[in-house]
Design a protein around this ligand. Structure first.
Ligand code: ADP
Ligand code: GLC
Length: 483
């Protein structure tokens, strides 16, 4: 199958969150299954700076309202013969210091930037003479691709492939002023309640939900949750209407990137049966975060975008009472300045128990996975979540809320049966969160049980092979439903 994979970030080129991890791994997993995959990304400044081998393949002229904007397609060398990596170059839009804007601020023209990107990708299909069977778009930034395929490009013979739209996070919808409608080139007839209109605004994500041949979320639980008002962000009715075409496929883990046995970011490697290195990682981690080393206490780590989605309205009150908890906490992240300030203040108040590094640092993220005993993810909602699955491989017990992908990947450890790979609580309340670390702390002091818990997690296999096979099945279904 010829698959076009359009996305706004992908490792190792540009990353702000888990979307990049998925887009970095899934195309290769599909290529390994024999498919021809064409990955498209914007050519951001950081990619231009990192990558020396950029080959210009074509210039493109992209209609934007009544004007034409020029851009080009540059290719990067790919490690797999079945995978091509193309970047849309338009320096006014993408040669900027950030992908979407600084910290919690968006560039004001993000709508325009990604309308351009979607259209540019479709123009590139003609310019590069690609024959595409499936267009796979992700999140609001590429949601117009399925819309265009069913409208402006519908009757063009080159664009007869099917489309899949993956929802990685319904909380980000790319809501724009309706004044951008003319720029999209779409008819105003598309600006209705059952199509792209949303409270008198243009909702790009909604376009993907309405027009793609099939939809999926990144876990089964999340595909059910978003049908309810609590998780639907106002789009639950649209999703209910598409219920029959909505699937859930759990993300996988790239074990080449996340493997404690040969992780280049840690100096003491470990694996099942040879766990000594993990102890050294814990010492290195506490030193890196300037905490006194306390081996008798569990070290609870978290690597996250600092946004309410991740459960900080539960975490901050818990940390205020840290003196009552016999554990140390380590946080790495950037995001909402209020959360950053609150964490920094708590770390100053409790310098032997809480440490916080404000920043984005892949090396430290790996060190936290390796050195922590417990990984904290009490998310309000979580479409999939990757860190809980990384933690399992590093023998770090995830402590999660039973929601979305966290619920699908983590089962509470049962000391009687010895089954389970983490700690899980259901209600989004302070009491529920406070109770779970207590249980975890108790278990930490029972070395045999703790070892069992770790082993269970390290034996789990969330590799991309299974998820890629499910995507393949879904692509095939889309193709056969269309023929
Ligand atoms: P989300 O995509 O909602 O942010 P995920 O759990 O799917 O959540 O993925 C987050 C990814 O981003 C993980 O690979 C995580 O390690 C990484 N990450 C998040 N914040 C940081 C940070 N401050 N430094 C390094 N990596 C980070
Ligand atoms: C989103 C979600 C996260 C998911 C990631 C990759 O950013 O918030 O839960 O793991 O996308 O699919």
């Amino acid at each position: 199958m010829n698959i076009l994979f359009a996305v706004s970030e992908a490792t190792p080129f540009a990353k702000t969150g888990g979307l990049a991890d998925v887009a970095g791994a899934l195309p290769t997993a599909l290529a390994e299954r024999g498919h021809q995959v064409h990955l498209f990304l914007p050519l951001y400044r950081e990619i231009k700076e990192q990558e020396k081998e950029l080959h210009e393949m074509a210039t493109i002229s992209v209609p934007m309202g009544t004007e034409q904007l020029f851009g080009s397609i540059v290719n990067l060398p790919s490690k797999h013969p079945n995978l091509s990596i193309s970047m849309v170059r338009q320096d006014d839009f993408f040669d900027r210091p950030f992908l979407y804007g600084p910290a919690d601020k968006e560039y004001p023209d993000n709508g325009m930037r990604f309308i351009f990107f979607c259209r540019a990708v479709l123009e590139a299909v003609a310019a590069l003479e690609l024959k595409i069977d499936i267009y796979h778009a992700h999140d609001w930034q590429t949601a117009l691709i399925p819309v265009y395929l069913k409208t402006l490009y519908k009757d063009l013979p080159l664009y007869q492939g099917g489309s899949l739209f993956t929802i990685h996070n319904l909380g980000y919808q790319g809501i724009q002023s309706k004044e951008l409608m003319p720029l999209t080139g779409l008819d105003w007839a598309e600006f209705t309640f059952d199509r792209l209109e949303f409270f008198d605004h243009l909702n790009l994500l909604k376009g993907g939900l309405v027009y793609a041949d099939a939809l999926n979320t990144v876990s089964q639980a999340y595909s059910r949750e978003i049908l309810q008002a609590e998780f639907g962000f106002g789009l639950e009715t649209v999703l209910q209407q598409r219920r029959d075409d909505l699937y859930g496929i759990l993300n996988g883990v790239d074990y080449q990137e996340w493997n404690p046995a040969d992780d280049p970011f840690i100096s003491n490697h470990f694996r099942l049966g040879r766990m000594a290195g993990k102890k050294s990682c814990k010492t290195k981690l506490t030193s890196a975060f300037n905490l006194p080393h306390k081996n008798q206490q569990p070290l609870i780590g978290m690597v996250s975008r600092l946004v309410t989605q991740k459960g900080f309205d539960l975490i901050l009150p818990l940390l205020k009472r840290v003196a009552e908890i016999k554990a140390q906490f380590i946080f790495l992240g950037t995001g909402d300045p209020e959360i950053e300030d609150a964490l920094a203040k708590l770390a100053r108040q409790h310098p032997t128990q809480i440490a916080f590094i404000r920043g984005y640092d892949n090396r430290l993220a790996h060190l936290i996975e390796a050195g922590a005993d417990i990984f904290l993810m009490p998310s309000h909602y979580e479409p999939c979540g990757l860190n809980q699955m990384y933690s399992l491989r590093y023998g770090t017990a995830p402590l999660v809320r039973a929601v979305g992908g966290l619920d699908d990947s983590i089962t509470s450890f049962n000391p009687k049966t010895g089954r389970g790979n983490g700690f899980k609580f259901k209600e989004y309340t302070h009491t529920a969160l406070e109770q779970t670390p207590k249980e975890a702390l108790q278990l930490y002091h029972e070395p045999q049980l703790w070892r069992k818990l770790r082993q269970n997690g390290m034996r789990n296999d969330f590799s991309w092979t299974q998820s890629a096979a499910k995507y393949e099945e879904l692509y095939t279904k889309i193709e056969s439903d269309r023929s």
